[in-house]
Design a protein around this ligand. Sequence first.
Ligand SMILES: [Zn+2]
Length: 278
Amino acid sequence: MEEESPPLPDPDGPDLDQYVRDTSTKTIYGFLYRRRENPPSMVEIRAWAANELGEAHSQIDRRVRDLRTFFDVPAERIDGEYRYALRGWNPKRTGLVGAPITRRVRAEVLAPGRCAQCGRTPLTHGIVLVVDHRVPQAWGGDNEIENLQPLCEDCNHGKKDFYSSHDAHAEEIKQAISHEEPHRRIGELLKAFRGAWVPGELIGIVASAVQYQEDWQKRLREIRTLGWVIRSEKRYNEGSRVRTYYRVESWEPWPTGSISAEIRRRERSNAARRSDDG
Ligand SMILES: [Zn+2]
């Protein structure tokens, strides 16, 4: 059975944030949205966006490409010229990323009836539960049920604020998440921040993006056995919570084979050396 295709997000509404976080790309989305009846040519898009955003053509082209991750923006030949028409959702993404969640999946995600973060329930605490993406869509998270959880609106807002504070690194985070092995995801994330402090919460999200990692701190320690120098620091002055931050000072190339196997091998030889010393 075919699911009905939901309407496109309003360019000025909050829904667009789920797919496009960057203000300039949003502006271009708004332009294409308003010009759906009379789609602009690339020359027009570039001229308009250069004027509006003061950006180079290459940057504007990239933003249109980014929009195509989520939206169907075919180049259509109209009056002898290619025009870029915002036609709907990217059909390849339906059921993956960007596609709206079906009613059935929504019901299944909300079925536990309590916020996955603070545990409050609508009945006892009068909160409203919403469907949250563990890995946000802007970072490559999909609509598979494993990536969805019930959150109360408060926790959801808190999480959104936290995520948007990392938007400057969205591309690097997306890259890090794309790796299969958890060690590599963590390591690549730390590298992407080029020696800057990374909150543990963010590492946890990226580590668990592919399969859930109950002990990402252990994965992080294991990376150290590969010769990486990773510092940590606790910060107490951020509201009521203590946050641990990590930063990489130096790193080694990844082993050519399995990372886990190489870590096991080094752990064994370290243990052997310790027992020789003792
Ligand atoms: Zn909550």
